[in-house]
Every structure is written in structure tokens, then in C-alpha cells.
Design a protein around this ligand. Structure first.
Ligand SMILES: Nc1ncnc2c1ncn2[C@@H]1O[C@H](COP(=O)(O)OP(=O)(O)OP(=O)(O)O)[C@@H](O)[C@H]1O
Length: 594
């Protein structure tokens, strides 16, 4: 059966389940013990000060009933004192909870960002970017709110409940039992709703992730959407997802309002019971009017945190689901980095692929590949679309690991070589060069931070790339816009080539490096690359043959297999697949590009 996106995502990002997520979160938060201690202390002081207020009010009522000015004065002073304590401790509470909450969210975001920098490339072909963004932003936000507001309210609520019960017991045992009669009903009711609440929250989180995912996809493909005139279709799809989210939120709020209303009914029943039982005791002269007034306040004081605590469950569910998702990203399986294993700084002899087989999912992309790339050799990989050229370069770049067979670098298995040290030898010029916001200089410097602007400019001139940038209004100072949207495809490719050259690599892997550059500019780049590649190992992937004379040996791939290999004249002579491809492109004029 076909997997849903959620199922696919779950295989890459394992959402940590409720209790495990909470345990880990508390462990992470415990690292910030000092703030936690300040927070707990300030919350408890605020709650204790607040809980003593009804007692003071009861005394004041007794004072009024007894017409005792001294009691009323004492009450006023006590009341002001309690208010000042609350004001001061509340300030600490707000600041420390923000530091603790936002600090935790920042730490989790940093760790998940770091994690996605190190997951294998296959992760990104399965997990949607928008969903990842949603996990790191929306889920992080929900957690932030939970920690800032809800955690203090748990501590405060528990302090209030325990202290209120203690004071009520101290004031009158029997009346306390009456006040607590409704508690079992409230607990049973709350527990019976838990499953539904959890489901609702999961639904709201999923639907918001779907919206973010759809938004990211739409923004990145806006040109195609416009070109195909499919705006109304994409609007409808977005509207559908938006509706799902609205409905999920309405369902969640219906449940929460129904819950709130029923809890209030239980609360008022509790107050009515206390008033009734209290009035009987008052009439019998067992308690004072002040005690009855204090009790009425305490029942309320005591119910508010109970309601908050039970509503907290909603928000707990929502944020714990989010935290579980964030931990899922942090824990996602990393690229084999081969830490502590062989570090290499040069390619001394060769890269050898021995009986290599590779499949992305179930379909084979490369079959039984045997290939030797000698140091300093320039090889071309050609073949029709989907033949496996990019896959082969992905394996050589160590983006993927072959399922069977091995890749040997100077005789050592690539999986034993530290990935970072190996990739430092290589400069890729990929089909889709990634550009960051910033100038052309800045984009080149990302790959070669030690190069000055003058050195970059000189390399650009030497390799005839500067003339491509000179057409831009601010030359190499031009801002490339988001993802390089202010540049032409050819200009983007020119940046990718310049980046690779600036790294001064030992191995250069080019995947259709000049496919978007005009033939005139391509000719100049070709001449420069020829000089550059002479001293280096070059792997050139192409199905255009304009650059093929850069290479010494050509490998022809078809359906994932090497079907031909040899020099250009040898392959022309053979009149096989390569020759056919060449003839289709240039006509069977028997001309050589050499
Ligand atoms: N991330 C992926 N997940 C699943 N299958 C993939 C993935 N990337 C490529 N493939 C499949 O692997 C096969 C080889 O693809 P590859 O990109 O290596 O071909 P190519 O020769 O580079 O093609 P082109 O010239 O069009 O770039 C194709 O059938 C393709 O559909």
C-alpha cells in the first residue's frame, strides 16, 4: 500500500512520544538550574502571597462584624504587604520564565538546525521543506508559550491548591470536606476527555504544518504557477488546507469551551454546597461569618488553579507533540561522518568504484559499476536523461552510500574516510547552484572564506567569468536576491563555477556546468577550464558534448550501467550509443570536436 506523507516523514523523523519527550525536555531544562530555581521560588512566593489574601479578607469581615478598628487596620496593612510581595515576585517570575522558556526554545532550534545540516541528502528528497520549517518555527513557538505561561501556572496552581486546602482544614475541617465534594467529578470528567483533546491538538498541528509546507512549495515554484496559469488551482488547494486548519481549530475550541462551561458548573455547585453547609454551621454558631467568607474565596481560589491545571493538559498536549517533533529532527539519522576515522588531505592515486550497486528506493539507479578514476585524469560521464550520471557523482561525493560494492579512495574504503576531510578535496559545480541572499562576492566567499575580493575578481577575470558579471548593474557587488532570483540561470552557473575555482580543489565534479551559458561565453570558460583541469582530477557530467574535449576518457551510462568507455576517437570509431548520441546532436557529418 502506498505510504502517506506522514508515514514517510515518520520514517525519517521519529516523533518522540509524550512522556519520553517531556522527560528529555526536563533534562535539557535542568541545565539551566539557576533560572529554574529563581522561577520556582518567585512563582511559589507569588502564589503563597495570593493564597493568604482570602484569610486576610475573612479577618477583615470579622473585624467589621465586631466593629474592631484595629483588626481592620491590621488587615489593610497585611493586604498592602501581600500585594507588594506579589508585585515584586511576579516581576522575577515573568523575567525568569521568559529567559528559561526562550533559552530552551533557542537551544532546541539550534540543535535541530545543526541536525538538518548533517542528515543525508536522501532525507531532503523525502521530507518536505515546509513541514520542517513548521516543526522548527510553529512547534518551537508553542513550546515557548507553554514554558513561559503554563509551567509557572502549574507550580503556582499546585502551591495554591495545597496551601488552600491546608488553610481550609485549619479554619474548619467539616466545611473543607464539603468544599472538596465536587473534586472527584471534576477529575473523572477531565480524564475522560484526554484522548479527544490530544487528537484535536495533533490535528491542529498537522494542518498548520501542511499550510506551511504548501506555502513553501508555492513560493519556490511561483514562476511555474504563473507560467501555467494555475493560480486558481493552487489557491483552491491552499484554501482547502486552510479550511482543514480552521475546522481543526474550531473542533479544538468547541471541545475546550464545552469543557470550560461544564467545569464552571461544577465549580459553582461546589460554591453552592459550601455556602449552604457554611450557612448551617454559621447558624449553629460553629463558625464565624469571616470563616464562611474566607471559604467562599478559597473554593474559588482553589478551583481556578484546578481548572487551569486541567486546561493546561490541552496546552501540554499541544506543546509536547511539538517538542516530540523537534526532538525527532534533532535525532534524525546523520550522514555517516566516520568521526575519528581516516582523515585525508590529498588524493594520491585514484578513486575506484568496484562492483557498485545503488538504488534510491526499490528501483536500481546504478548497476554493477566498475570504474577507475586516476589522479589527474579528466573523465566525462555521458548518457541519456535518467541514465544515472548524477547518481554516480552523488556516490563519488559521498552523498549516498552504495548498497553493495565499494568505493576506494587511494585503496581505502570511502566509508572509512572522514567525510569532511574527503569533501575538502572536491569542488562540485552542481546542476542547481544554491545561492544565499547577499552579493556575488559573498556567495563565492562561502566556499572560499580565505579569498579576498581582489583574488576572487582576478580568478573571475582569468576564467573569463567576469565578463558575465560585468553585465550586471553593480558587477560582482550585485545582490543576488533570494535564492538568486535576481540573476539569470547562466549568471548563477557562473557563480557556481567561480566558487569551485576559488576553492582550488584537487577534484572537480561538474554536472552540466555550462548548460545555461551562451555558446560565446562558454567558449571562453572552456579555454580557462582546460588550463585549470589539466592539473586536477575532473569528473564532467554532460549530455551536451561541447565540453567533451576537456576529458581524456568517456564513460557512457545507460539504465544505470556502464555500456561503453574509451577516448573520444575510440567511441566514435565504435559507432555505439555514444556515437549515436553525438550524431543526433551534431548530425552525422563525421566531424570531430577535437
Ligand atoms: N532522490 C531520488 N529518489 C528516487 N529516485 C531518484 C532520485 N534521484 C534520481 N532518481 C532516479 O534515479 C535514476 C537516475 O537518475 P539521475 O539523476 O542519476 O540521472 P541522470 O543521468 O543524471 O539524468 P539527467 O541527465 O536528467 O540529470 C532515475 O531513474 C531517477 O528517476
Amino acid at each position: 500500500m502506498k505510504q502517506t506523507y506522514e508515514e514517510i516523514e515518520e520514517t525519517y523523523i521519529k516523533t518522540l512520544k509524550g512522556r519520553a519527550a517531556l522527560k528529555r525536555l526536563l533534562k535539557d531544562m535542568a541545565k539551566n538550574r539557576k533560572q529554574m530555581a529563581v522561577l520556582i521560588a518567585s512563582v511559589m512566593i507569588t502564589a503563597i502571597a495570593a493564597t493568604f489574601s482570602p484569610l486576610a479578607i475573612g479577618d477583615a469581615v470579622n473585624g467589621v462584624a465586631d466593629r474592631s478598628f484595629k483588626v481592620i487596620l491590621d488587615f489593610s496593612l497585611l493586604f498592602i504587604g501581600l500585594a507588594m510581595i506579589q508585585f515584586a515576585s511576579n516581576r522575577f517570575r515573568v523575567i525568569s520564565s521568559t529567559i528559561l522558556a526562550q533559552g530552551t526554545v533557542k537551544n532546541l532550534r539550534d540543535r535541530s538546525f545543526k541536525s538538518i545540516q548533517h542528515v543525508p541528502i536522501s532525507f531532503f528528497s523525502k521530507v518536505k521543506a515546509g513541514f520542517l520549517i513548521s516543526r522548527m518555527t510553529n512547534d518551537g513557538e508553542t513550546l515557548g508559550e507553554f514554558l513561559t505561561f503554563q509551567i509557572p501556572s502549574v507550580v503556582s496552581g499546585m502551591t495554591t491548591v495545597i496551601l488552600s486546602i491546608a488553610i481550609m482544614l485549619y479554619l474548619d475541617f467539616n466545611l473543607t470536606l464539603y468544599a472538596l465534594i465536587v473534586l472527584p467529578f471534576l477529575s473523572i470528567f477531565t480524564i475522560s476527555l484526554q484522548g479527544k483533546v490530544r487528537k484535536n491538538y495533533l490535528r491542529t498541528r498537522r494542518t498548520i504544518a501542511a499550510i506551511t509546507g504548501n506555502l513553501a512549495e508555492n513560493i519556490s515554484s511561483i514562476r511555474s504557477i504563473k507560467a501555467f496559469n494555475v493560480e486558481s488551482y493552487t489557491e483552491e488547494r491552499f484554501d482547502g488546507l486552510n479550511n482543514d486548519n480552521l475546522n481543526a481549530n474550531i473542533r479544538a475550541s468547541r471541545l475546550s469551551s464545552m469543557y470550560g462551561a461544564i467545569v464552571r458548573i461544577i465549580e459553582y455547585s461546589g460554591i453552592a454546597i459550601v455556602v449552604l453547609a457554611g450557612a448551617i454551621q454559621l447558624k449553629a454558631g460553629l463558625i464565624s461569618i469571616g470563616i464562611l467568607v474566607s471559604f467562599i474565596f478559597y473554593v474559588q481560589e482553589f478551583f481556578d488553579p484546578v481548572i487551569q491545571l486541567s486546561q493546561l493538559y490541552n496546552s501540554y498536549q499541544s506543546s509536547i507533540v511539538g517538542v516530540g517533533r523537534i526532538y525527532g529532527i534533532i535525532d534524525s539519522k546523520k550522514e555517516v561522518q566516520s568521526e575519528g576515522e581516516i582523515n585525508i588531505s590529498t588524493l594520491n592515486d585514484s578513486i575506484v568504484l568496484k562492483d557498485v550497486n545503488f538504488a534510491y528506493d526499490d528501483s536500481d539507479a546504478l548497476k554493477n559499476i566498475n570504474l577507475t578514476i586516476k589522479k589527474g585524469e579528466n573523465i566525462g560521464i555521458v548518457g541519456h536523461t535518467g541514465a544515472g550520471k548524477t547518481t554516480l557523482s552523488n556516490l563519488i561525493m559521498k552523498f549516498y552510500t552504495p548498497q553493495t560494492g565499494e568505493i576506494l579512495v587511494d585503496g581505502r574504503n570511502l566509508s572509512e574516510i572522514n567525510t569532511e576531510s574527503y569533501r575538502n578535496l572536491i569542488s562540485p559545480v552542481l546542476q542547481e547552484p544554491f545561492l544565499f541572499r547577499g552579493t556575488i562576492y559573498e556567495n563565492v566567499k562561502i566556499a572560499a572564506p580565505d579569498k579576498s575580493e581582489n583574488e576572487i575578481e582576478k580568478l573571475a577575470s582569468d576564467f573569463s567569468l567576469k565578463r558575465i558579471f560585468d553585465k550586471l548593474p553593480e558587477g560582482m557587488e550585485t545582490n543576488v536576491g533570494e535564492l538568486g532570483r535576481s540573476l539569470s540561470e547562466g549568471q548563477k552557473q557562473a557563480i557556481a563555477i567561480l566558487r569551485a575555482l576559488c576553492r582550488d580543489p584537487q577534484i572537480i565534479i561538474m554536472d552540466e556546468p555550462t548548460s545555461n551559458i551562451d555558446p560565446y561565453s562558454e567558449k571562453f570558460i572552456f579555454q580557462s577550464l582546460e588550463k585549470f583541469a589539466r592539473e586536477r582530477t575532473l569528473i564532467l557530467i554532460t549530455h551536451r558534448f561541447s565540453m567533451i574535449s576537456l576529458v581524456d576518457k568517456i564513460i557512457v551510462l545507460q539504465d544505470g550501467k556502464i555500456v561503453e568507455s574509451g577516448t573520444f576517437p575510440e567511441l566514435r570509431e565504435k559507432k555505439g550509443i555514444f556515437s549515436q548520441m553525438y550524431d543526433i546532436l551534431y548530425g552525422n557529418r563525421g566531424e570531430s570536436i577535437e
